[in-house]
Design a protein around this ligand. Structure first.
Ligand code: AP5
Length: 209
């Protein structure tokens, strides 16, 4: 399976990606996670990207395309992958198409998680992640167990979440018609419970590789 998970900040991409990747034995390639790791390691790329991320803006296309290009060369990505949070712009989508075409590969599906804006703010602001396991929790909908080492993402403050949502609407919305025109786009109601969303995703992917 070679697929893309698209959706606004807080839509549940990371939550679903972890379940599907474990089920299919393919890697989750999440550009947000890769950029946060680079920022934590204080690499030049991480420091530069961090300035965009803390403002809720998108990191320049060439930076994320370079990261994904390298990641797709790794042995674990040769038999499939799930891209989470990439591509976010049409130039990124075109670059991905070219990277795959050069290897004689193509995408199987693009799944969009639909969630209204008012729910997204609450989902992001109350998100907590266990820094040891990477498990994603929510203080209201999926409370963490006692003993979890919780992290609150720096860009999950209400004002930054609002800017990320604006950036998504301005930049990423154009992706949907791009993939729709290629017959690859499927939509899933992301307001259902996490396990129902997984079921809906598997249902809409039936018949795909
Ligand atoms: P990134 O890390 O990709 O963040 P995002 O797209 O804003 O998405 P999130 O991680 O916030 O949300 P999610 O959809 O994964 O939701 P989750 O499953 O955690 O990007 C961060 C930044 O990096 C960007 O702003 C940008 O600066 C930069 N960047 C990354 N990729 C880039 C690119 N390609 N180009 C340029 N810049 C890039 O769930 C959220 C919460 O809701 C959790 O608490 C969860 O427990 C809860 N939840 C999940 N599902 C449900 C459900 N069904 N019901 C109730 N609660 C739920």
């Amino acid at each position: 399976m070679r697929m893309i998970l698209v959706g606004p900040p807080g839509a549940g991409k990371g939550t679903q990606a972890k379940v599907l990747c474990a089920k299919w034995g393919i890697p989750q390639i999440a550009t947000g996670d890769m950029l946060r790791e680079a920022k934590k390691a204080e690499t030049t790329l991480g420091v530069q990207a961090g300035e965009y991320m803390s403002r809720g803006a998108l990191v320049p296309d060439d930076v994320v395309i370079g990261l994904v290009d390298e990641r797709l060369k790794a042995p674990d990505a040769q038999s499939g992958f799930l891209l989470d949070g990439f591509p976010r712009t049409v130039p990124q989508a075109e670059a991905l198409g070219k990277l795959l075409a050069d290897k004689g590969l193509a995408l199987d599906a693009v799944v969009q998680l639909d969630v209204p804006r008012d729910l997204l703010v609450e989902r992001a602001v109350l998100r907590r992640t266990d820094k040891r396991t990477g498990q994603i929790y929510h203080l209201k909908y999926n409370p963490p167990p006692l003993g979890a080492e919780l992290e609150h993402r720096a860009d999950d403050q209400p004002e930054t979440v609002a800017k990320r949502l604006d950036a998504y609407e301005a930049m990423t919305a154009a992706l949907l018609p791009y993939y729709e025109a290629k017959g690859l786009l499927r939509r899933v109601d992301g307001t259902l419970s996490p396990s129902e969303v997984t079921k809906e995703m598997l249902r809409c992917l039936e018949g795909t590789k």
